[in-house]
Ligand binder design. Structure first.
Ligand SMILES: Nc1ncnc2c1ncn2[C@@H]1O[C@H](COP(=O)(O)OP(=O)(O)OP(=O)(O)O)[C@@H](O)[C@H]1O
Length: 373
């Protein structure tokens, strides 16, 4: 556990960057610090590994004060990942990662073995080991940065905007990969971001800071969405929080799923028209996995991939209400397609049915059970 006890930081020019910050970052959990620019997130993070010294208060690691700890030893216990990865430009990828275990006394051979395993773990093929950082994309560099921070197998990790320097698609992939990795390694992590969506997606708990480094609210993502502490938090979390909170509500067992007519890709015009009276017909592959929608009336030849309307999303039967509602709103038929664990068609629901089932959930006072999306 990382414990902040009444921590404040006033810079020499008189700037009050952090004010009386008190919270716990529990063992094995990811705590996200989020807030507007200049609210003291980075200052708070860097006080943990004492790159910045608190003006007053104390930060404890598993109950032990960091005040007076040997700083080199302290930093070896804490992995540190920063934006743009901060890699050594003149060392290969493998040696960038191996540098950390070398510092802890591992032989060159041992260190490279550890580094090789970690690169694989963060999803980098072995062929990247001999490259230099400038030969990697931003997302790949970030993976190396994570591997390097993990290389001394620290109990604690600090991550400062680790995914913000890459484009949104890569960022989302890195976030997903990191969540998977954290489920395996269970480190005690504090991560800083200015992106509330990232905070809600990744955090086991989220600390919202306001300017001046004051804690506005510390809560689970679901609590932040459903019960923001005040107008500042409500505004920061955003106006569509009602919809986003559905990402934490499991698809209701009471949701009535209707069977959805479908035909396999390659079906004839006649078969397509015979399958439904509706304007839209679902097309599946040979394993009954949904592929897209067609309008039987406009077909002139057997259904091919170029006929498909691909705009609808697909929801897992065991997913969240947000996924189910999104599927129903995004499909051209306005019927949301549900699939089973293998991705095979189960049936469909309309947005009105989803909303009706939400009303029942609220009436029953049940709010939780799903996973963040
Ligand atoms: N060395 C310094 N000397 C004086 N003031 C500083 C120093 N470093 C940071 N500050 C100020 O302290 C406040 C908090 O800065 P900090 O970098 O911790 O904020 P942040 O929340 O991480 O911001 P951002 O999201 O923009 O990175 C800001 O007002 C900043 O200008």
């Amino acid at each position: 556990m990382i414990t902040f006890e009444h921590v404040s930081k006033v810079y020499p020019d008189g700037t009050h960057a952090v004010h009386d910050l008190t919270f716990d970052a529990p063992t094995g959990k990811l705590t996200v610090l989020v807030g507007p620019s200049g609210c003291g997130k980075t200052t708070s993070l860097r006080m943990v590994n004492r790159l910045i010294r608190p003006t007053s208060g104390d930060i404890l690691l598993d109950g032990e004060s960091t005040n007076g700890m040997d700083e080199a030893l302290l930093r070896r216990r804490i992995g540190y990942v920063i934006q743009h990865a901060g890699l050594f430009p003149h060392r290969t990828v493998l040696d960038n990662v191996a540098a950390t275990p070398r510092l802890s006394g591992a032989s060159k051979r041992q260190a490279r073995l550890i580094a090789g395993e970690l690169l694989e773990r963060v999803g980098l093929p072995a062929t990247f080991a001999s490259r230099y950082p400038w030969q990697l994309s931003g997302g790949q560099q970030q993976r190396v940065g994570v591997a390097r921070a993990l290389a001394s197998d620290p109990d604690f990790m600090l991550m400062d905007e680790p995914f913000s320097a890459v484009d949104p698609v890569v960022r989302s992939q890195l976030q997903d990969e990191f969540l998977r990795l954290q489920r395996e390694i269970g480190k005690t992590i504090i991560m800083v971001t200015h992106d509330i969506d990232e905070a809600l997606k990744l955090g086991d708990q989220v600390a919202v800071l306001r300017t001046g480094g004051k804690l506005a609210q510390l809560a689970t993502p679901e609590e932040l969405l459903t019960a923001p502490a005040d107008a500042f938090v409500a505004d920061f979390v955003g106006r569509d929080r009602g919809y986003r909170s559905l990402g934490f509500v499991a698809a209701a067992p009471g949701l009535v799923v209707r069977s959805e007519p479908s035909v396999p890709i390659g079906s004839s015009v006649e078969d397509a028209r015979a399958a439904t009276d509706d304007d839209w017909l679902l097309v599946v592959d040979e394993r009954a996995h949904p592929l897209g929608w067609v309008e039987p009336r406009t077909l002139r030849a057997p259904i091919s991939f170029s006929d498909l309307n691909l705009s609808g999303t697909v929801a897992h039967r065991t997913g969240t209400m947000r996924h189910v509602l999104d599927a129903s709103l995004s499909a051209p038929s306005r019927r949301g397609v549900l699939v089973d664990e293998d991705g095979a068609l189960v049936g469909s629901v309309t947005a009105a049915e989803v909303v009706g089932s939400l009303a029942e959930i609220h009436a029953a006072g049940v709010t939780t059970g799903g996973t963040a999306s």
